[in-house]
Design a protein around this ligand. Structure first.
Ligand SMILES: Cc1cc2nc3c(=O)[nH]c(=O)nc-3n(C[C@H](O)[C@H](O)[C@H](O)COP(=O)(O)OP(=O)(O)OC[C@H]3O[C@@H](n4cnc5c(N)ncnc54)[C@H](O)[C@@H]3O)c2cc1C
Length: 381
């Protein structure tokens, strides 16, 4: 039998007994024994029986030959080698699990229960790229596309609700949304190519937390809110509170965004989003701007101005909104708007744009975006 210290090490090495054994074999004495045969020595095909494997292996050969036991579970590939002299080595290679729950609560529970790295999969246009580049190695991938609430777009007295798994292409074919929030829909539609549009989501764009994410400034300008579901509670949070830095969000481990809400539009409202890229397609913003405003008798009554790609997160610029509220977007107001936007910039300096360049373009782009939003609201310039 294996020595007590070997058993203790094995238990430490693989303390969980929740994973099912789905394959494996044992080699020794020049033979390979399939797991079906080995399984007779296991209690219930679960890794609580790992100790029995050790006993089994030790029974067969510690004195003279090397035994190698390979067990594939639904969570890991385990290799146990017992050499002569009862020397034990163990290797564990994690295998990625894939789950596709049908309710948001199930998704949150899966996230909460995973002791390793768990990732939510929406369209996968960021996640799968990162996995291929070994930037992230999930133990568990939770695909949210089979959750009906995440695929729905609905309207209520409070506004519109867009499920977190709704793709850019689906959003673009929604006439009512395009009419009420053209800036938001345009921003989502700038993401990638037609192929990317078929998969990408605005929530994935948000949670990937890139400072240059296209849909985020437009969502923040719109006053969008995220409905977040955790294992035990739901909460609603303004979109600008979700991203805390590049690649970082304020979501807890068990939290998933179920949907985004856009408020009901007052009459005479308009929004717009523009980005500046060196190429016309398939590029990320060097600077971007989202503006949302409402008019009263031709004068701007309320406004929200947001910049993207000029700071670690999208920046809501209240001073820029203040510069145009009360105006008919005359030259003086536009100059103040540009100055307020330039003052709010804290960009990086890289080959795609220097700090000075980004700061200058932010003002210019905000002015152009405000003009489009103003005209969409019925204002004339
Ligand atoms: C060729 C190409 C071109 C691109 N062009 C652009 C572009 O022009 N502009 C731009 O902004 N981006 C661009 N992207 C990036 C990407 O397409 C977008 O960020 C897209 O919106 C991500 O959405 P997704 O559904 O594919 O996210 P996924 O890859 O599924 O997820 C992204 C991240 O969000 C998390 N997540 C997803 N859904 C949820 C949820 N409901 N709750 C909590 N967390 C969640 C995931 O775990 C992951 O960390 C491009 C990507 C590619 C491959």
């Amino acid at each position: 039998m294996a020595s007590p210290s070997v058993l203790v090490r094995a238990a430490h090495y693989y303390p969980k007994n929740t994973h099912k054994i789905i394959g494996g074999h044992c080699t020794g004495r020049g033979m390979q024994y399939p797991l079906k045969w080995l399984a007779n020595t296991f209690d219930n095909k679960r890794l609580a029986a790992f100790r029995e494997c050790l006993s089994f292996t030790a029974l067969f050969g510690p004195a003279t030959i090397q035994w190698r036991l390979t067990i594939q579970t639904d969570g890991a590939l385990l290799t146990l080698v017992v050499t002569p002299n009862n020397k034990l080595t163990m290797e564990r290679e994690n295998l990625m699990r894939y789950e596709a729950p049908t309710t948001t609560k199930q998704a949150a529970t899966l996230l909460a229960q995973e002791p390793g790295v768990a990732c939510i999969l929406a369209g996968g246009t960021d996640l799968l790229v990162k996995m291929k580049m070994d930037m992230v190695e999930p133990d568990l991938v939770v695909d949210i596309k089979r959750i009906p609430a995440m695929q729905a777009i609905s309207a209520s007295a409070a506004g519109a609700k867009i499920g977190a798994a709704v793709s850019g292409a689906t959003l673009n074919s929604h006439k009512a949304l395009k009419k009420s929030w053209p800036g938001v829909v345009e921003a989502v539609n700038l993401i990638g190519s037609d192929q990317v549009q078929g998969r990408c989501t605005m929530v994935g764009n948000l949670c990937n937390a890139s400072p240059a994410a296209d849909s985020v400034p437009a969502m923040i300008a719109a006053g969008a809110k995220a409905i977040i579901v955790g294992k035990d509670k739901r909460r609603t949070v303004a979109v600008e509170k979700i991203v805390t830095g590049p690649g970082q969000t304020s979501l807890a481990k068990d939290e998933v965004i179920e949907s985004i809400t856009l408020p009901k539009r007052p009459a005479k409202s308009g929004d717009a989003y523009l980005r500046f890229t060196p190429r016309t397609e398939m590029d990320i913003a060097v600077v971007s701007a989202g503006v949302n405003l409402t008019l009263e008798r031709g004068v701007i009554k309320t406004a929200r101005v947001v910049l993207g790609a000029v700071a670690p997160t999208a920046v809501l610029v209240p001073a820029a909104a203040k510069a145009i509220v009360g105006s008919k977007l005359d030259e003086a107001a536009l100059e103040k708007l540009a100055a307020a936007c330039a003052a709010a910039c804290n960009p990086i300096d890289d080959k795609r744009g220097t700090i000075e360049y980004r700061t200058k373009v932010a003002g210019v782009l905000a002015v152009r975006t405000a003009k489009i939003a103003f005209q969409r609201a019925g204002g004339s310039l």
